[in-house]
Design a protein around this ligand. Sequence first.
Ligand SMILES: Nc1nc2c(c(=O)[nH]1)N[C@H]1C(S)=C(S)[C@@H](COP(=O)(O)O)O[C@H]1N2
Ligand SMILES: [Mo]
Length: 198
Amino acid sequence: MTLGILRGKDKAKYGDRVPPNQKVTEGFPVLTYGGTPHADTKDWKFGVVGLVEEELSFTWDEFLALPQTTITTDIHCVTGWSKLDTSWEGVAFRDLMERIVPKRGSSYVMVHCYGGYTTNLSLEDLMADNVLFAHHHNGEPLAAEHGGPCRLVVPHLYFWKSAKWVRGIQFVDQDSPGFWEQYGYHNRGDPWNEERYA
Ligand SMILES: Nc1nc2c(c(=O)[nH]1)N[C@H]1C(S)=C(S)[C@@H](COP(=O)(O)O)O[C@H]1N2
Ligand SMILES: [Mo]
């Protein structure tokens, strides 16, 4: 009952498309802890490390030579805004997984970023539809403040899981909290269940 009332206008306007207690924004707020790190494409590297049969490293050109996917999806920030029909182009996590053989029991991933930010995800969440490492947003190269040259997009979880300025992924057999998760954000962050804080 209470939740229904709080959903207010946007519930009336957008129906069940917007998760509880979120408001639709037309803008694109920037939410970064600290400054915008420099990650020039000429010395950019993307590493696949940890519990995998073979560790990998991609240069920018090698990353662009992987299969490319474009998606249109809604995104939801834990601070309360949602943005509808955002489009992203990049490398789908599932396509990257065609090149990776995780070792037995390695079912979690820590995402590492230029600048030091981290976030933890299960392999299952990363294998979901529409999860990709994006280098274009709405047809334009991804702006530096939004994570350019390349960011993760995990649209079915709150947007803090969508790490900006990714530099690699680490496969692990035990889940451990990333940056915001250590400061009390929920371990998983499903917006439909309002998994905001632990
Ligand atoms: N590297 C890095 N990635 C990050 C963050 C950050 O501070 N550093 N902030 C997260 C949070 S809390 C949110 S809501 C989104 C915001 O993305 P935007 O600035 O493109 O809106 O990025 C996420 N990814
Ligand atoms: Mo956030």
